[in-house]
Design a protein around this ligand. Structure first.
Ligand code: PGA
Length: 248
């Protein structure tokens, strides 16, 4: 199990220091779950220092698809590695929606992170409109295939994919465990067609309004191997409870 907290563009030095201090204590004994936090990039060094003695891992919310060069405002995979980032989110729906990230750009970011030794978490998910038009599997299949075509199935050995239905992000609407399982099962099947061993090794996280009171139902599903948590990851008590439910 892996529980990841995406802090998005929230926090300041004092608030983050406090949150990390509390989590380091409250999550100390969860030995059956990997826990990772994703602060805004400016706070990565602070996070690295605060988690120095902790088993909690950390990563970046985004990275450049380029390895270096004249790309004002961007941060490369190698820079993330230099600051000991274990992880990087790629293809979060907010990046796709507001920053016009295409499947192709997402694939480049995935490949770049992996090459630098930073493990990418590939985020995929359909919009409300696409779900209502019964295009969910088609959209998910396309988002997955585009990355697979660029990086190959072997790049997913021990990889992580987060299924995040766009309509469930920050809306308080969670996919039911059955709805999430249906898509997770589909993702696992798609990977199995390429390589069954790799498919079994991949961790599939669910994301979209995961809270302390709906996590256990989601975690009980066969193909849900953890969660990508947004809003609830900013509250130490909520996030701790979610991590606790992932202990199995
Ligand atoms: P949410 O965000 O938990 O606030 O819905 C999830 C995400 O965007 O990763």
């Amino acid at each position: 199990m892996l529980v990841a907290g995406n802090w998005k563009m929230h926090g300041n030095r004092a608030g983050i220091a406090h949150l990390l201090e509390v989590l380091s204590t409250t999550c100390r004994d969860f030995d059956k779950v990997d826990i990772a936090v994703f602060p805004p990039s400016l706070f990565i060094q602070q996070t690295a220092e605060a988690l120095n003695q902790s088993t909690i891992q950390f990563g970046a919310q985004n990275l450049s698809p380029h390895s270096e060069g004249a790309y004002t405002g961007e941060i490369s995979a190698a820079m993330l590695k230099d600051f000991q980032c274990d992880w990087a989110l790629v293809g979060h729906s907010e990046r796709r929606q507001y920053y016009a990230e295409t499947d192709e750009i997402v694939a480049e970011k995935f490949a770049g992170a992996q090459k630098a030794g930073v493990q990418p978490i590939l985020c995929i998910g359909e919009t409300q409109q696409q779900r209502e038009a019964h295009q969910t599997m088609e959209v998910i299949g396309h988002q997955l295939t585009t990355v697979l075509d660029v990086v190959g199935i072997d790049a997913f050995l021990n990889g992580v994919i987060a299924y995040e239905p766009v309509w469930a992000i920050g809306t308080g609407l969670t996919a039911s465990p059955e709805q999430a399982q249906e898509v997770h099962g589909f993702i696992r099947d798609q990977l199995t067609k390429k390589d069954a061993d790799v498919a079994q090794s991949v961790r599939l996280l669910y994301g979209g309004s995961v809270k302390a009171d709906n996590a256990s139902g989601l975690f009980a599903m066969a193909d849900i191997d953890g969660a990508l948590v947004g809003g609830a990851s900013l509250k130490a008590e909520q996030f701790t409870k979610i991590c606790q439910q992932a202990q199995r």
